[in-house]
Design a protein around this ligand. Structure first.
Ligand code: BMP
Length: 224
């Protein structure tokens, strides 16, 4: 299961860049994730036009980390513009923060995804010390999914052992950040998030197919 992060580089026509990748990949991946590099450059209005016909996961990755009212307002705006999932940080806590965001997500039919650990080294400095607490926030909030790093698969394993099997685990860090395709899936993730290894390749579709095949082979081995 594959989600492609569309983070357009500088000096490209962003609309054309996103459209091309969307058209080349939409029938073979489960979803797309757009974050600040795409959203601040073309805005949600334009993004909603590009993905108008899309039925897969369309994740707004603004890594929300604010008071509840403002995250809730942001989530409604994103929903109005066609996104069907939003990512927020769990570290802001439940009360007057994730509780309010979660209520709006439920009301609007948005999937709430909470970051419990990250793929870069600095995640060990603060975030990872509170992993259990963040998982608890996600559990109380009834989050749809969690972000946990493909670069440190033992964290995924730990998360999978304690969360409900219904809760999805989405794992970035595959490709450029070093994790091999399929490793996160073998440790309990539901989706691997891949950005540059696909979106920056000369042949985007061919690279995505290659990654899907490696995922398939590795998952077949580890799942027996
Ligand atoms: P790439 O495969 O090009 O490294 O991109 C990874 C994507 O996942 C980026 O959009 C990044 O913002 C996101 N991400 C991450 O790399 N690590 C995390 O812990 C959380 C993320 O959302």
């Amino acid at each position: 299961m594959l989600i492609v992060a569309l983070d357009p580089p500088n000096y490209v026509d962003v609309v054309e860049w996103i459209e091309r990748r969307y058209n080349e990949l939409k029938d073979i991946v489960q979803g797309f994730k757009l974050g600040l590099p795409a959203i601040i450059r073309v805005g949600v209005e334009t993004i909603s036009k590009i993905f108008k016909e899309y039925n897969g996961l369309l994740i707004a990755d603004l890594k929300l980390a604010d008071i509840g009212d403002i995250m809730a307002l942001t989530a409604s705006i994103l929903k109005e513009h066609g996104f069907n999932a939003v990512i927020a940080h769990a570290f802001v806590g439940y009360k007057q923060a994730i509780d309010e965001l979660s209520n709006v997500c439920k009301k609007e039919g948005l999937k709430l995804i909470l970051v419990v650990s990250m793929s870069h080294k600095g995640s060990e400095e603060f975030l990872d010390r509170h992993l259990e607490g963040f998982i608890e926030v996600a559990r109380i909030a009834g989050a749809w999914g969690l972000v946990a790093p493909a670069t440190r698969p033992m964290i995924i394993k730990k998360v999978r052992e304690v969360v409900d099997s219904e809760m999805k685990i989405l794992s970035p860090g595959v490709g450029v950040q070093g994790a091999e395709p399929g490793t996160a899936l073998c440790h309990g993730a539901d989706y691997e998030i891949v950005g540059r290894a696909i979106a920056y390749a000369d042949n985007v579709r061919q690279n995505a197919l290659k990654i899907l095949e490696i995922q398939r082979q590795r998952a077949a081995k580890c799942r027996g």
